[in-house]
Design a protein around this ligand. Sequence first.
Ligand code: NI
Length: 146
Amino acid sequence: MTKPGTARISISLPPDLLREFDSAIKQMGLDRSKAIQQAMRNFISEYRWEHSPTAFTVGTITLIYHHDVRGLESELTDIQHQYPDLITSSTHVHLDAVHCLLVIVVKGQAKAMQSLASKLKGLRGIKQLKLTGLAGSISAPTEHIH
Ligand code: NI
């Protein structure tokens, strides 16, 4: 899509909500159109993420763990090796003497991401884990075949 064009809409909403919205987007440096577009994309993305487990999506799994828990690092690696097509890259940051941050970038089906995240979450020594999926941001690979 090179020139998407523009559609104009008119909406009704409570004045208080509009005031809060305008105040928030002003702090973010966004105009109403840009802010509503982002909000709509997030809304759609969230819906698809929850209702289309087979949808093609991108996301990240971010976790903080204790690196000195025996066997944990090798279990983390073993589990990631079960998802070679899903994982595109990962970054490891040594946070302090005992904590590590691992960010895994994933691309594929939502249900595969959820499966990977839940396997990692179950390991002893994981302090926090967050899966963020951004459904609808990109096309599934098969759609690129003409
Ligand atoms: Ni580390």
